[in-house]
Every structure is written in structure tokens, then in C-alpha cells.
Design a protein around this ligand. Sequence first.
Ligand code: MG
Length: 261
Amino acid sequence: MSAARTTLALALTCFGVSSLAAQATKPKPEDTEVWTPVPRVVTPARSDAGSPSDAIVLFDGRDLDQWVSVNDRSPARWTVSDGVLTVNKTAGNIETKRSFTNYQLHLEWRIPEGITGSGQARGNSGVFLASTGPGDAGYEIQILDSYENKTYVNGQAASIYKQYPPLVNAMRKPGEWQSYDVVWTAPTFHDDGTLATPAYVTAFQNGVLVQNHVALKGETVYIGAPSYRKHGAAPIKLQAHGDPSAPISFRNIWVRDLDEK
Ligand code: MG
């Protein structure tokens, strides 16, 4: 065999081997298919007034069994009438009996028709996504009449109060029901109390994205800079704000615990 022929034969052999190897390692569609674990079945709400099958219903129009007064943990004393929950400003903030870490929250709220006042004094309330103590301690997503009502933008409806303005103003008029759908990722802390990972919030108002995975700077404060204090699972709190305008109302409140396996 001539040198040229030997080279050709070697080349062909090598080609054959490498093409076999290529066939053996050629990616297949099923290489990237995942079959387990199978996501569990959740039945969605049958109507706007309902809740998904795995939700913990916090208010379904009947009673405040899931809620207590923040200050003394006594039964919540807000008003339930005609399937609607209305703030009782003199009774103070209320919060859930249960504590949560990571969750999806749905709630609906309504500024009364004919609301008066301006700025922060016009239907002010709020949802504290983790209530870390009495009063307004925690992380507040603002509730306010922001339909043609000017205020500082990081304090308008759907803001993470004094941290993030909403991406857009998705308000309906006073008298109409509004919805919030919130994904809350709780902060985590090291043993020494320092922050490991911040809280994150994604939120929709009336189906419109208003907060997109924002990293919170700490607990909400009215004056000064926010900061973190170590905490664990915490209740969800609704604010009885002291502004003189008429009290606002809530309905259809439910939560899906994202730590439940
Ligand atoms: Mg508020």
C-alpha cells in the first residue's frame, strides 16, 4: 500500500469512528423532557368571586374568623355586611391569625363612591405583606384612591410605600372594585440577624403589572430609610389608617401558601 493510500484508509477509518460517536451523542428531543415530579392539580376559581382549590380563604363575605385585632389579638372588629368587609378606623389594624412565609395573595378593595379628601387623606389603607409587629410594622403595599388624586408617587396606590412607585396607574374610579394579586417572597436572614436575601414583590392591580419582582430595602417606614429586622413567618395585615375620609371596603381575600408541598 502506498503512503497516500494508507493515509486515505486511516482517514476513512477515523471518519467512520467519529461519525458513530457523533450519532451516539447526538442530542435527542427526549434528553430535555422532564416527567417528574408531576405538578399537582389545582382547580382555578370558577368565577371572579371564587378562589383556587388550594387557597386558604381569608374572607369570603361571611365572617372575620381568620382575622384578629393587631394590638391585642382579640377578635377583629371591622364591619361585615352584605358580603363586604369595611374598615372600622377606631378598631385599628387587623391581621390574619395564620402566619405565612412565601405566598400568592388575592384581594379586592373599593374606595367609596363620593370619597372626599386629597393626597394621602383619601381612602388610605394598605396591605402589610408581612406584619412584623404592632401598628404599621411590616412591608406595606399602599391602598389609596389614586384616581385623579395627586400625591408622592411612591405613596400612591400599588406603591411599595416609600420604596417603589407602581409601574403604571391602573386605578378604577371610586365606587368600583379593584383587585390586587401579589406574589410575596419573604426575606431570609442569617443566624446573626443580618439579611441573607431581600423580600421580593410582584404585583398586579386589576390585572395590570404594577410591581415587577422588586427587591425591598427593608420594612416600610414613614420617616427615614427602610431597614430589615430578622423575622420569620408573619401574618398579613390590613391597615385602618387614621385619615378622615370615609372607610374603604374589601371582599374576596385568599392566599396560596407557596411553602406547602
Ligand atoms: Mg396606607
